[in-house]
Design a protein around this ligand. Structure first.
Ligand SMILES: Nc1ncnc2c1ncn2[C@@H]1O[C@H](COP(=O)(O)OP(=O)(O)OP(=O)(O)O)[C@@H](O)[C@H]1O
Ligand SMILES: O=c1ccn([C@@H]2O[C@H](COP(=O)(O)O)[C@@H](O)[C@H]2O)c(=O)[nH]1
Length: 239
């Protein structure tokens, strides 16, 4: 594989992708497959931080839409991301990739708590860092957590590994005629209301001049191919 384009990156892993063909939860084969792609990139010497979504377990809005309290629903969603982080860490460790989970919500019996200093220390020591618990606050998403953690760890790019292979003019799952973009600016994503990532996340990435690369997490080897300058993706930059 060619020399990597970036030295330090943040990978956002879709929670929904982790459930594979099941309707809920984690398909270990999918977690192992995603972990093998991460291991490949780590083997290139790239420092990797990861935020995992929680859409395969709970979303706060879904709880609220059935009459539950939104904040409690969001707490459930954040706990779901911890479960996913532990599952992905397990898959990575099976592949001998040193991995640590740092949670935005303190749960010392289960994993370390997040701090920027701890993050930098683990990355410098060559560990993959999985950020669990989102931002630690309700009314946010793991996309926002990904953008925040990317800025805090000094990532050169955010890789959003999602269910689709890039950014389209409209949701490609609902609009089969949507046009796919190879390149956009942060401002264009915001101005056109392209909903592949939430507005707050794109704004944080723009403020910190961090490119966003959207690709399909289902594309085996896709993370590594993009890291080598190829692959199928949409790249979002300042200009
Ligand atoms: N303009 C667009 N271009 C591409 N995808 C879009 C667009 N608008 C909406 N989408 C949808 O956004 C989804 C990604 O958003 P979302 O953050 O919900 O997913 P995720 O990161 O895979 O989920 P989670 O981690 O919460 O489980 C894609 O699967 C796609 O269907
Ligand atoms: O900072 C955060 C991050 C997430 N949540 C809650 O978790 C779920 C799952 O996250 P996704 O980004 O949708 O995958 C989300 O729907 C929120 O309910 C949160 O409250 N704060």
């Amino acid at each position: 594989m060619d020399k990597p384009v970036y030295k330090r990156v943040l990978l956002k892993v879709s929670g929904e992708a982790l459930m594979g063909d099941q309707g809920f939860g984690i398909d270990v084969n999918v977690a192992d497959r995603i972990a093998s792609d991460i291991a490949e990139v780590r083997a290139l010497g790239v420092e990797v931080g990861i935020v995992v979504g929680g859409g395969n377990i709970f979303r706060g809005v879904a709880v609220a839409s059935k009459g539950g309290e939104r904040v409690t629903g969001d707490h459930m969603g954040m706990l779901g991301t911890v479960i996913n982080a532990l599952a992905l860490a397990t898959s990575l460790r099976k592949m001998q990739v040193e991995t640590v989970v740092l949670s935005a919500i303190a749960m010392p019996e289960i994993c370390e708590s997040f701090s920027q200093r701890a993050t930098r220390g683990h990355l410098d020591a060559g560990r993959v860092v999985i950020f669990a618990g989102g931002t630690g606050n309700p009314f946010f998403t793991t996309d926002s957590a990904a953008a925040l953690r990317a800025a805090e760890m000094g990532a050169e790019a955010i890789f959003k590994g999602t269910q689709v292979d890039g950014i389209y003019s409209a949701d490609p799952k609902k609009h089969l005629d949507a046009e796919r973009y190879d390149h956009l600016t942060h401002q264009e994503v915001l101005a056109r209301g392209l909903q592949v990532m939430d507005v707050a996340a794109v704004a944080v990435a723009r403020e910190n001049s961090i490119p966003i690369i959207v690709f399909s997490i289902h594309d085996r080897g896709g993370f590594g191919q993009i890291m080598s300058g190829g692959g199928r993706k949409t790249i979002v930059t300042e200009s």
